[in-house]
Each structure stands twice: as C-alpha cells, then as structure tokens.
Design a protein around this ligand. Structure first.
Ligand code: AMP
Length: 214
C-alpha cells in the first residue's frame, strides 16, 4: 500500500502518519525528518535545506525529489510506504508519478487532512518535536509522559524554528500557493480522500483506517 498524506502544516498529518504507518507496518517516510536528520548531522544537504526551512520556504524540488526517490528505493519500502510531507509541489508529484509508472505502480491513496487556516497557527505554537527521533507531540493534545522529554528516546523536546508563529504564516502562504493544487491533482487520479482534521486525533485516525479498509 502506497499512501500520501496531504494537508496544511499543522493539520496533524504527521501524527496521523506515524499512527497509520504503525498500524499497517509500513515505513513512515517524512522528507522533513530526512532534512532535519541531515541538519543535525551537519551534512551539505542539511546546510542547504536549512536555509529554506528556517524561512518557512520549500527546499528546491531538485534536492527534495532525489532524497525521496533514493529513500523509497530502499528495501524496507518494497511492499509500500506512507509519504508525509512529499509531494509538496505539482512537479514533485509528477516526478513521483513517473517513477512509479516506470515500475508499473501508482499511489493507492492520497489522504487530505483538512483543517481551516484559523485553527492552524494556534495548533502549531503548542507543537513540540524531538530532533533526535522525529517524534512529535502537542502540549495540549498529545503531551509527552514527562514534560519536555521524548517518550520514545528520552531526548529533549523543542519548538522547531519552523513552527514559530512568524514562520507558520509563511508556511501557510507557501502551502496555499504550492501544495494545495495537489488536492485537485490526486482528485483527478481518483485516489483523493478527505478527512476532517478538526476532529479529535483518534476520530481522525479511525476515519482514515475506515477509508483504507474499504
Ligand atoms: P515538515 O516536517 O514536513 O513540515 O517539513 C519541514 C520543512 O522541510 C518544510 O517547511 C520545508 O522547508 C522542508 N520540506 C519538507 N518536505 C519538503 C518537500 N517535499 N519539498 C520541499 N520542501 C520540503
């Protein structure tokens, strides 16, 4: 099963992505996590990506597409995967489509987690992330067991630079301009499913599972 998660930054798609990937035992592939791991390790790719990420801008397609195609070519992705944060532009979606078509394959579901802009900025300021293992939390909705500490790996939780309010507004603008057109793109391919992301986390999860099991 090959699934794409769509939705504005802060719509909760990362959390749903972790849960869905866990439920179906498929790798959770997040381009944001790959970039953050590269930043942490001080790689050239990381340094280049950081310039864009810190401003809430998208990393250029050339860089992003390559790391994604390399990642999904790995052994653990051969029976399926869930993409979180990719594609974010029509050209990225077209490259992925073409690469899959060459293998006689295609995306099975594009799940759009729909949340109005008004809710987004409020949500993002409560977000906390573990820069070591990529887990995400929310101070109100998904608090860690111990404040400021990752449940999974015990490292510190932080408000990511790109979740700070001024950056969030930029990211929303970028989302509407560059990423939202993907909704129509996948609708035309007949694989788009929209869920109401304003509902409690568990309800959103259940509605995604219902879609995948139909
Ligand atoms: P995320 O963790 O998915 O919210 O991604 C954090 C940041 O990484 C984004 O705001 C972008 O700067 C960058 N990024 C992640 N995925 C992509 C992508 N598919 N295309 C371009 N930039 C990306």
């Amino acid at each position: 099963m090959k699934i794409i998660m769509l939705g504005a930054p802060g719509a909760g798609k990362g959390t749903q992505a972790q849960m869905i990937a866990g439920q179906y035992h498929i790798p959770h592939v997040s381009t944001g996590d790959i970039f953050r791991a590269n930043i942490k390790n001080g790689t050239e790719l990381g340094m280049e990506a950081k310039k864009y990420m810190d401003q809430g801008l998208l990393v250029p397609d050339e860089l992003t597409v390559k790391i994604l195609l390399d990642r999904v070519a790995e052994e653990d992705c051969k029976d399926g995967y869930l993409l979180d944060g990719f594609p974010r532009t029509i050209p990225q979606a077209e490259v992925l489509d073409k690469a899959l078509a060459e293998l006689g394959d295609a995306i099975d579901y594009a799940i759009n987690v729909d949340v109005p802009d008004e809710n987004i900025v409020k949500r993002m300021s409560g977000r906390r992330a573990c820069l070591s293992c990529g887990s995400t939390y929310h101070m109100e909705h998904i608090p860690p067991k111990k404040e400021g500490v990752c449940d999974k790996c015990g490292n510190d939780l932080v408000l990511r630079d790109d979740d700070k309010p001024e950056t969030v507004l930029n990211r929303l603008e970028v989302y509407h301009k560059q990423t939202q057109p993907l909704i129509q793109f996948y609708e035309e391919k007949g694989v788009l499913k929209t869920v109401d992301g304003t509902k409690p986390m568990k309800e959103v999860f259940d509605s995604i599972v219902e879609i995948l099991e139909k």
